[in-house]
Ligand binder design. Sequence first.
Ligand SMILES: Nc1nc2c(ncn2[C@@H]2O[C@H](COP(=O)(O)OP(=O)(O)OP(=O)(O)O)[C@@H](O)[C@H]2O)c(=O)[nH]1
Ligand SMILES: [Mg+2]
Length: 304
Amino acid sequence: MEIMYKGDFSEAALATYRPIVYSNVLLSAQDLVTYLRESGLKWAESSNEIRAKKVLAYRLPENKEASFPREIAEAIHELWKDPIMPEFMEKHARRSAFCLMDSAAYFFREVLRISSQGYIPSQVDILRAHRRSIGIYETRLAMDPLSVQIFDVGGLRSERRMWIHCFDSINMIIFCAALSEYNQVLLEDYSQNRLEESLQLFETIINSRWFTQTSIVLFLNKVDLFTDKLPNVPLVDYFPDYQGGSDVTKATKYILSKFLEANRSRLTIYTHLTIATDITNMAPVLSAVKETIHQNPIRDSLLL
Ligand SMILES: Nc1nc2c(ncn2[C@@H]2O[C@H](COP(=O)(O)OP(=O)(O)OP(=O)(O)O)[C@@H](O)[C@H]2O)c(=O)[nH]1
Ligand SMILES: [Mg+2]
């Protein structure tokens, strides 16, 4: 939203994301090495064993100005090219306990550019980066003719306690659920399916007395990852009453119906299928959201 409504980020603003990108790259690579070891697989290229050790042992320096070391970037680049990777990544997709960051493959592909001298993250890098929302991040955006105040809150269970601080002044909630999480478990509780948790949370929110006057927007997000995953990881294995096979439209409709079933208060729910990392996909969605804000009689705050 900031990219769309605040205009292009300045170089200085983009540069503040550099440490986040570096840590996303390194932690994803370290997870990759660890998962490969845990699954008892070996690198097809034997020299990759040494590279894997190097990557695992590396720690990012405190100095925020330092570049990402070329040697580590090249090691990650080589590991990603190892012939075992396609098979390994497919296995990974099937196992909920393997939780590589969604953007891991993107960062591995881009690692040499990211490690270049004077690297400034691009807008796409920023959209791909994961920075966990801790506390409440508040910003105001000019959405002509409105000035809209936005609160971004974190989805972790521990973060949800903070949400109450925003509740009484909210005119719209944008609830983001990831379609692709149907086979994953929570980081905080490996026994809980992420999509189930999202459905329960959505139900609690929309039936809460706080939000009878609130517009509810539901983003069914990560459509790209969902489309890739569905043929390999059957939805029915996780939601036994689903009967539509690997048809993406049927599977999306099924998940949507689960969210809509939760709507006992009969609020109007504006649903959008989204790919948050794709600016072209998000532009019409955010215009529609802007229209919805405009229609709300008390219209100047929203909660993400
Ligand atoms: N491929 C793909 N990746 C996405 C999409 N939406 C978000 N991501 C990636 O998912 C990761 C998590 O995104 P965030 O927006 O930081 O997650 P969040 O839901 O705000 O997480 P918390 O702040 O902990 O609640 C980032 O690496 C994003 O780039 C999507 O539609 N497609
Ligand atoms: Mg967040």
